[in-house]
Design a protein. Structure first.
Length: 189
């Protein structure tokens, strides 16, 4: 096997790993966003119910109303504390930031794969790959922790839904006619 093929296989493997990690962080952000929305709705509802309960105590004074008002106020306090303790929205933003950084890195791996096909200087290719690996590990070091649920969702997105995969026709539909790969333009090349 030639040195160039070894470099290409190594870059392709790194590209696949970055693609997976990117999708996992996207899905983790989606999970936290869903939780955030549910907690936001619960917070609003519990705040409204607590306010209604307190106002009702002004009009009447039954024990059951005091107990329900106290419970609803406790739920509202719990949700507020949860927001502050776990910083759900901040976690969403951290995963989105990591996903964006990995997306940019993934594009740089694609560019390196292009260079491998068009450049014969293996030393330059290896040097660029090593820089990409350094950048990758820097992103990984600062990346927030993900869950098994995010990994499963990423797996479904990549393997079943084929996220990040496009047919030649789909790509042609996004490009100007002069850059399309379709039969009409392939014969002009």
């Amino acid at each position: 096997m030639s040195d160039k093929l070894v470099v290409e296989d190594t870059v392709r493997s790194a590209f696949a790993g970055v693609s997976w990690t990117h999708k996992i962080h996207e899905k983790q952000a989606d999970i936290y966003y869903s939780q955030f929305k549910i907690m936001e709705i619960a917070k609003i509802i519990s705040s409204v119910l607590a306010s209604i309960g307190i106002l009702s105590l002004i009009i009447s004074d039954p024990l059951w109303l005091k107990i329900i008002s106290a419970l609803v106020s406790g739920v509202s306090a719990f949700i507020s504390t949860y927001y502050q303790s776990f910083k759900t929205y901040e976690q969403i933003e951290n995963h989105k930031r990591t996903a964006r950084e990995l997306l940019a890195l993934r594009d740089r791996y694609i560019h390196l794969l292009l260079k491998i096909r068009t450049n014969d200087n293996v030393a330059d290719l290896v040097e660029e790959f090593e820089m990409l690996e350094k950048d990758k590990h820097s992103i990984y070091d600062s990346a927030p922790i993900t869950t098994n649920k995010a990994v499963k969702m990423a797996s479904e997105a990549l393997k079943i839904s084929h996220d990040n995969s496009y047919t030649d026709d789909e790509i042609d539909g996004m490009l100007p006619e002069c850059l399309q790969k379709g039969d009409a333009h392939a014969s002009k090349l």
